[in-house]
Structures are given as C-alpha cells and as structure tokens.
Design a binder for this molecule. Structure first.
Ligand code: BES
Ligand code: ZN
Length: 892
C-alpha cells in the first residue's frame, strides 16, 4: 500500500516533469513508472534512461560497418559507423558504450528505409560518462524482431596513453621521430574508438575501412579487399568482413612498417611486422608462429578460420601482447629476437608469448567467456596451452620445468587470505581489469594441468575439442567447459543409453580414477569457486598413511587465534598422486574428505606425494617423513624425479613461512644441491638462498648477511667455478649460468668481478660503443611502458628501494594520468615497490598511503595482498632470523 502510494506520488512528480519537456521524453517517463527510483542524469541534464553498468538485452548488434580516418599529423581521427541491430523486445532507446568520443550525428533507419535508401531519422543522443554509455532515444518504439540501422558520426583525439585508438612513436636510426596509430581494446576500451555494444557476448561481424596517407599502410583483423583513391591523394583500404566476434578483439593499425611472411601447411598467410629498422629481428617470430599455428590446428582439430594472421611489434604497448583476431599486437620485446644479442630468457619469452596469443585465437576468440568473471577461460587456457604447444614444438626450451614456476608464483598469492576464487564477480572497468591477474592466468593454467593429469592426455584433448566445437563463435561459462570435459563424445563416436563409445573404449559422463568415479564438474568447482590452496598433511603409521587436508595459509600460524575460522568450510577434491622408494609406480587416490587413510603398497623408506608437482596442492610430511626424503636426497638424489626435487624444495620453504617446518630443516634439504644435476632444481634452491640474502641485506642485518654470503660462495663454489663465460648449452644451462654469475658478482666474488670487468671493457672496445649510440638514439627518454619494470628493478636493489617507493608516492597522480588504476602497470608498480618490505615502520607507511588512496575512492585488491605480504615478511624474520643465524654459524 505504502509502496503503491509512493509509486503514485512519484509518477505524478514525474508526470509533471514530463509535461515540461519534449514529447520524446514522455516516453522515457513510462520507464520510470515501471521501475521507480533515481535515474542517472545525462550530461545535458536530462534523465538517462538506463541505470545499470551492463547493457540491456533488448537490442543486439549483428554487423558493424566502421570507417576510420586517423590524421597522424593533427593526432585526431574522424570516423563513422553503421550498426545493424536486431530488436529482441520493443524499446524506446538503444544503449551503447562510448568513452571520450564526440558524437556529431546519429541517425536511425528501419530496414525498409535502408532498402529504399530513405534518409532515416535523427536521434537524440544522451551521454552518461560515469558508465561510459550513451543512449540513443528513438522517436517511435522499436519493434521486436525487426532489424534497424544506427548510423553514427564521431571524432576524437588519438589517445596518448595505451588504450583505445592511440598514438605510438618510434625513432629511426637516422634520429627521426615517427608516429603510428594503433588500437588496444581489451577489456573495455573498444568504446574509446567507436560507440559499440562493448561486452564480450555481443558478438557481431565487422566490415572495416581505413583512410590513410600514401606513405602509410593500414592493417586490420582481415585481409584487405581493395584500396581506392579518395580526395586529396588519400587512400582508403577496405577489409574483408570478419567472422562473428567480440568488440574487444577488433584491431587496426596505421603505420609505415615492414614485414616478412610465410604460409602454414593449411595455407594461412602469416606475417610479422616491425618498424623498418627492426625488420631484421622478425625472422624468429615467423618461424615460431608458423610452427605453432600448425600445432594448434592439429591439436584442436579446428582450422584457424581467417585467411591471414599478422603479428606486429608496437613501440608503445602496455601489456606483453594482445590477441586481436588476425592482427596480434605485441610489445617489441615480446616479438622481436636478435640472435646476436638476445638472451636465452628472451627466446623463451618470445616463444611463450607467441604460443599464448595463438592459443587465444581458439580459446578466447573462437569461444569467448560469457562475462569477465570467467576471464580464466581465456587466460588460464592460453597460459596452459603454452605448455602443451611448446612441449610439442620446441622441446629444447624445456618449458615443462618453467611451468612449475607458473604454479609456484600464484601459490604465493593464493596462500594469503586476501586471494580470490578463480571465478569472481566483476562489474566496473577497474574490477574487470583486476581480473587479469595471477589467479586467472596461473592458477587457471595449473588446475587445468592437474585435470589433464587426472583424466589423461587423450580424454583431456577430446574434451576441449568438444568444448571448442560446441561453442564456436559463441560464449561459454565454467559449467560448459566441465560438461564438455565429462562428455567425450565427438563426431565419429556413437552414443547409446547416455554412454559414449569411442575407439572401442567406453567413456561415460563420470570418469574413472582407480576404483572411484568422480564428476569432473563436482571436483573442479572445488578449485574454481573456492579461493586458496590445500595443504595435504601426510603421517606415516606403520604400513598405513593418514592423509589430511587443510587450507594452506602463510603468515597465519596454527597457534594463532584466527587460524580456525580461516579453515572453516574449505574442502577440496584433490586428485593425489604418490610414489615410494620401492618402485617407479605412480599411485593415485582422490581425497574428498578432511581425513583419509591409505595402505602403503610395499615396505619402503620414503613416500613422496604430488608426482612431478602436477597437482595444485602443497604437501607436509610429519616426522620422520621429511627426514627420510632429506636422507634420500643426500644419498642419491637421482632416485627422486627432477620435478619432485624442485617440488620438495619449494614446499619445504613455503612450509617454513607457514610456520609448519623449521627453517633449519628446509636449509638441510638444500645441502645436497652442489651435487644437483638438474639446472632448474639447482636454480630453485639458489633462488631461496638469494631471497634470504636480499631480505637480511635490505634490513642491514649484517652479521647474518655476511655469513650467508660466505656460505653461498663457499658451499656453491664448485657450481660457480664450473660456469663458463660463454653463452652456450641448453636454455636452462644458460639461465642457470646467468643467475649464478649475477649472484656471485653481487656477492662480491672477486674472480667473478674481475672476469666481468674484463669482458665489459672488451665489449666496449668492439661492438659496445656503437650499440650504446644506438640505445641513446632510440631512448632519448625512457618509454613510459617500461616504467613498471624499471621501478621494480630499482627497488630490487637495497639502495634503490626507498627511491622507487618515494617516486611512486610523489608521482601517483601523474601515474594515473598515464595508466588506468586497475591496469597491469599500476598493479605491478605497487607490488614491485612494496612487497619486499619487512619492517613494521614500512608496513605503516604503506598502509597510510593505501588509506589515503581509499579515502579518495581509489581501491584495488592488491592493497590487501601487499599488506599481507609485508606482514608475512615481518613474521618470517621474527620467527626465523635466530634459526638462520645459528644454522649459518654451524655451517660455515
Ligand atoms: N589478453 C591478454 C592481454 C591483456 C592483458 C588484456 C590484461 C587486458 C588486460 C594477452 O593475451 C596476455 O595475456 N598477454 C600477456 C602475455 C602472456 C604471455 C602471459 C601479457 O600481456 O603479459
Ligand atoms: Zn592472454
């Protein structure tokens, strides 16, 4: 009753208001009556008819005709578009995304108007910048099931950041500065380049035309059909219509670049573009992309659907690369490779990024997540496909070993309470950007790896082929993936009574893991909807094992009062694997409950869980479990597999941070390392020792840092001395060499410093000076895109850390002018300059800064992650410094 009275008063009020405005707005009033409440106010003071961030579903786009003319001298662009839309439900307005665009004209044509070339009706355009939306108010209600054309003319400046349609500059070897224009849209920046339905599930076809000067070329998603000459000697390139795709994948570039091209086995033309002076660094990328595209076509059983694929190195680019369909944009360092000067790590990175973005052509472009909350379906998969494709095409890169670090990296974050589930609601552009983090990328990839090992390679491959085929040119949700992975029926297989018969083997919607069956979906939702990582505690009891799962937390110890509450309601379905000292057999068991028991297969001296570190869980062995493993490592480490050795080192030190294992035990585990034959395992051990060294060195705890320095130099002398000073051997040998030599020189190891100085002067004498001039020519000023990396590098150095942190605080407003709050760059700058802090004063300083930002309405999840990390560092030192001190005294 009260509600309807309020509604009545509201309607009267609105009615009176409506009488004072033009008839068109009376129509909007009916919307107010339907759903009373404050409507937003458009920039011209009129009510904006839509109040949600997500677009209404009444009108959907089918096709965009887009014309763009950038002027690289005046640094702006004029453009027009004609969007064909289908009306699902009658409505009085069309809502589109648009940001920082000046709309000069908007016209509506019915299908009939268009057919008979009638001019159409001018539309009233309202703008609501807070939601980056515009409303096109139509004079007469749009009729359901009919198609209309919306023609819009608009213009804007070429953006000077890294988003939307922006300008990038480079310097030629001759010292001339040149300008190019380039797009970067994901996740919500297509709206900065043209008004559009900028949500991933509004897929449409795009026909693009670009006007340019003769000295330039233009590129877009599709091949060019023709070029026509228009007024004043300008040229206009017309591109083929795209397949059905999301707005964030649209791309175009106007530049003066050169390219190399090749053709894949299936006939796709692949080209690599770079600025003319860097053209000679494009050949590696071409070979790698041809090989990788062939691999993916075979693996997915689906051909790349476009006739061409361009990969282009953009001088100013914020992220590493972007998978625009048919026109992938890269940072120069992610695509270009110079065999004379690039390092092993550079090669691994370039190959990885190419593999990642090519995987997106299927995972992301062909099948797209329904909404950004499931961005892991794009990024987790692309990250995981790097592993599968590189193992098959570039086995010499030994990416397998690198993949372990992908998982270790996210465990750092996932073992803090501030972590998040893989799928998480995201609404605002900042929240959407924040979804592009290590949880979506790395945890996504790691749980897929665990799932593949649980199902086996064939079932996994069939499942994802099924998923890609079923959802091609459409959008998918988590559950769609799990259903596809449970149902392995493909074309060629036949089904009967809900069971799929294939290759004379039977698979059903539940899959078998020894003696048990588990629903993929039921298992996987425990990994995607729940944050954190489980710790499996193993206790030996004669011939049986008691296994227990709990949530693994760093910085909060079992004896802390909050520990219990943080454990409640966490339960995973963990596909365990383990091996024992008595044989090579890999045993399997699914742990679904808190506690379980296992019978040990034979008499044996040790048990090691998580074979090859393929599972996303940590393992703790209650005494004498760790001792038995340490003993084995010391006696003959080769009886444990290399990836198991890496996993043991990792878990042991992580358990120290969680207060579950004493530091001296973890350090004892590293004693065998000088004899370690696997470079990645040795590197992992050294990384931990280096981490501790940096921590105590930063805090000026000089007795410990000096002793640790002596320990590392003395104990690892054989490793240091066997390093040659030539860039030779496998990728991992080379990575180990550079890490060991950098560490040895950092620790003031005299022979190292002497040799490095000698080589430096030799280099200066020969090629170095010309190289230096080249660098100086190119980088008169440091490119803004490198600021994050630079600040991180500065703060790694004890003397630079305060400098970098002060810079961030003092230049914060300026930073936000260059980068979005939620961008990779800002998040990297924040965590890179603060995460190594380990004192209470530093904690306070950082907290105060974050509080001041929050007070201005600026909030990022990473604030809490950083604070928890510093808190964890403080506790680590409090708890472990005395042990480290004593252990070192006994060891040197
Ligand atoms: N789709 C992303 C680019 C991106 C990142 C868009 C963040 C919007 C927000 C692209 O596929 C990507 O993941 N790039 C990575 C490189 C990759 C090898 C991990 C990057 O930019 O770091
Ligand atoms: Zn990606």
């Amino acid at each position: 009753m009260v509600r309807s009275l309020r509604k009545l008063i509201f309607s009267v009020y609105i009615g009176l208001y409506c009488l004072t405005v033009i008839a068109l707005q009376i129509c909007i009033c009916s919307q107010f009556n339907k759903d009373p409440g404050a409507f937003p106010v458009a920039t011209n003071g009129e009510p904006f008819p839509w109040r949600q961030l997500r677009l209404p579903k009444e009108v959907i786009p089918l096709h965009y005709d887009l014309f763009v003319h950038p002027n690289l001298t005046s640094l702006d662009f004029v453009a027009s578009e004609k969007i064909e839309v289908l009306v699902k439900d009658a409505t009085h307005f069309i809502i589109l995304h648009s940001k920082d665009l000046e709309i000069t004209n908007a016209i509506l044509q019915s299908e009939e108007d268009s057919r008979y070339m009638k001019p159409g009706k001018k539309l009233n355009v309202l703008s609501y910048p807070a939601h980056q939306q515009i409303a096109l108010l139509v004079p007469e209600k749009l009729v359901a099931d009919l198609r209309y054309f919306v023609a819009i003319d608009f213009q804007a400046k070429l953006a000077d950041g890294f988003e939307g349609f922006y300008r990038s500059t480079y310097r030629t070897l001759g010292g001339e500065t040149r300008i190019i224009a380039v797009t970067d849209f994901e996740p919500t920046q297509a709206r900065m380049a043209f008004p559009c339905f900028d949500e991933p599930s509004f897929k449409a076809n795009f026909s693009i035309k670009i006007r340019r000067e003769k000295r330039h070329i233009s590129l877009s998603n599709m091949p060019k059909v023709k070029t026509i000459e228009v007024e004043r000697g300008l040229l206009e390139d017309h591109f083929e219509t795209t397949v059905k795709m999301s707005t964030y994948l649209v791309a175009y570039v106007v530049c003066d670049f050169s390219s190399v091209s090749g053709t894949t086995s299936s006939g796709v033309k692949v080209s690599i573009y770079a600025s003319p002076d860097k053209w000679n660094q494009t050949h590696y990328a071409l070979q790698a992309s041809l090989k990788l595209l062939d691999f993916y076509e075979n693996y997915f059983h689906i051909n790349y659907p476009l006739p061409k694929l361009d990969l282009i190195a953009i001088p100013d680019f914020e992220s590493g690369a972007m998978e625009n369909w048919g026109l992938i944009t890269y940072r120069e360092t992610s695509l270009l490779f110079d065999p004379r000067t690039s390092s092993a790590a550079d090669k691994l990175w370039v190959t990885r990024v190419i593999a990642h973005e090519l995987a997106h052509q299927w995972f992301g472009n062909l099948v797209t997540m329904e909404w950004w909350n499931d961005i892991w379906l794009n990024e987790g998969f692309a990250n995981y496909m790097e592993l599968l494709s590189l193992n098959a095409t570039f086995p010499e890169l030994q990416f397998d070993d690198y993949f372990l670090d992908v998982c270790f990296q996210v465990i750092n974050r996932d073992s803090l309470n501030s972590s998040r589930p893989i799928s998480k609601p995201a609404a605002t552009p900042t929240q959407i950007q924040e979804m592009f983090d290590e949880v979506s990328y790395n945890k996504g990839a790691c749980i897929l790896n665990m799932l593949k090992n649980f199902l086996n390679d064939e079932k996994f491959q069939k499942g994802i082929i099924h998923y890609l085929k079923e959802f091609s040119y459409r959008n998918a949700k988590n559950d769609d993936l799990w259903n596809s992975l449970s149902n392995n029926c493909l074309e060629g297989d036949f089904t009967s009574g809900g069971v799929c018969y294939s290759d004379s083997k039977m698979t059903s919607s539940t899959l078998t893991f020894p003696k048990e069956s588990v629903e993929v979906k039921e298992m996987m939702t425990t990994w995607t909807l729940q944050k954190g990582i489980p710790l499996v505690v193993v206790k030996r009891d004669g011939d049986s094992l008691t296994i227990q799962q709990e949530r693994f937390l760093k910085g909060v110890f079992k004896e802390d009062p909050e520990w219990k509450a943080l454990q409640e309601r966490y339960l995973w379905q963990i596909p365990l694997t383990y091996s024992t000292s008595s044989s090579d057999v890999i045993h399997r068991h699914i742990l679904k409950s808190k506690t379980d028991t296992l019978d040990l297969p034979d008499k044996n001296s040790w048990v090691k869980f998580n074979v090859d570190s393929n599972g996303y869980y940590m393992v703790h062995y209650e005494e004498p479990g760790w001792d038995e493993l340490i003993k084995q490592l010391n006696q003959n480490h080769s009886l444990l597999r290399p990836k198991d050795r890496i996993g043991l080192i990792h878990d042991a030190f992580q358990l120290v941070s969680a207060g579950r294992l004493s530091l001296d035990k973890a350090l004892d585990l590293t004693r065998y390392l000088p004899r370690e034959t696997s470079s990645p395992a040795l590197l992992k051990g050294l990384q931990y020792l280096e981490l501790f060294y940096r921590m105590v060195d930063r805090r000026n705890i000089s007795d410990v840092s000096e002793n640790l320095k002596h320990y590392i130099l003395r104990y690892f002398k054989p490793v240091i001395d066997t390093q040659s000073w030539h860039d030779e051997g496998s990728v991992w040998d080379r990575m180990l060499r550079s890490a060991v030599l950098i560490l040895a020189c950092d620790l003031q190891h005299a022979p190292c410093i002497q040799k490095a100085a000698e080589l430096f002067s030799q280099w200066m004498e020969s090629s170095g000076k010309s190289k230096l001039i080249e660098l100086a020519m190119e980088g008169k000023v440091i490119k803004t895109q490198n600021l994050g990396g630079l600040l991180m590098a500065i703060s790694r150095n004890p003397t630079g850390q305060q400098l970098a942190w002060n810079f961030v605080r003092e230049n914060w407003t300026h930073l936000l002018r260059k980068f979005d709050l939620g961008s990779f760059a800002v998040r990297m700058i924040i965590s890179g300059t603060t995460s190594h802090f380990s004192s209470k004063d530093e904690f306070q300083e950082v907290k105060l800064f974050f509080d001041s930002l929050k007070a201005q309405g600026l909030h990022l999840d990473i604030f809490q992650t950083v604070l928890e990390t510093i808190d964890k560092n403080i506790k680590w030192l409090e708890k472990n410094l005395p042990t480290l001190r004593t252990w070192l005294l006994a060891s040197i």
